[in-house]
Design a protein around this ligand. Sequence first.
Ligand code: ZN
Length: 257
Amino acid sequence: MRSQTSSQANLTRARAAAFKLWKELGDPHPREVPLEKLAAYRNAFVRYGSMKGAEGRLIRKNGIGVINAVPSELYPGKTRFTVAHELGHWELHENTSQFLCNEEDMRDYGRSPMEIEANHFAAELLMPTFYFRKSCGREFPSFELIGKLAAEFESTLTATAIRYVDISRHKIVLVWTYNGVVRWSYSRAEFKLPFVLTNRPPPPFSSATVDESDAREELDRYEDANWFPELSRVPEVLELTKRMNNLDAGLTVLYFP
Ligand SMILES: [Zn+2]
């Protein structure tokens, strides 16, 4: 990913830590190993229970880690991602004795280096490259496909979409809009795709802003939308947005054909 904050995050180290852990265990599919067992193997113990204002917590004391995760009956993938994220802090950030992480931290791909690292660790842990690449196939990107992958790997839609951008062969900029402004955009560095500027609303007439009744269900051209007003030439782009009305949020795929 290319942004000021994420360049301070060591994504390679974060992913490598999860990769190494699976290698040690002989590369099983992550669904074959209960996450709690995997954490215990690394001296971290998982508990579930409600917490105020947080989704997950890690406490590090005398070489033992205690992970607290808020369980979500409706979205078990979310619970798994929380545990994997806290395990990421445990593996990567040994000089910090406590982390308290909220919903936004679990979707942070552009703000705090430690949260970004924990998220990339969790992604590699829940969706190892080898298995994920096999399941990606060669289909055109869609939220149906990303949803299927999220179900197979029991992860969240956002984390799976990020993983999809990293691993599929398609050129995609993924954009997260929250409370009416773009919070981050994510793309694979090697494709050198343009940035979507953050902290401003998504463009009018785009899949993220049109009336829901006018939004299309598949990747499509929105002729009057310009995600890159700072560029002298508007790049050709197809787009699709998944609205999350309960969060006043949206996840947009910008696809470069
Ligand atoms: Zn965190």
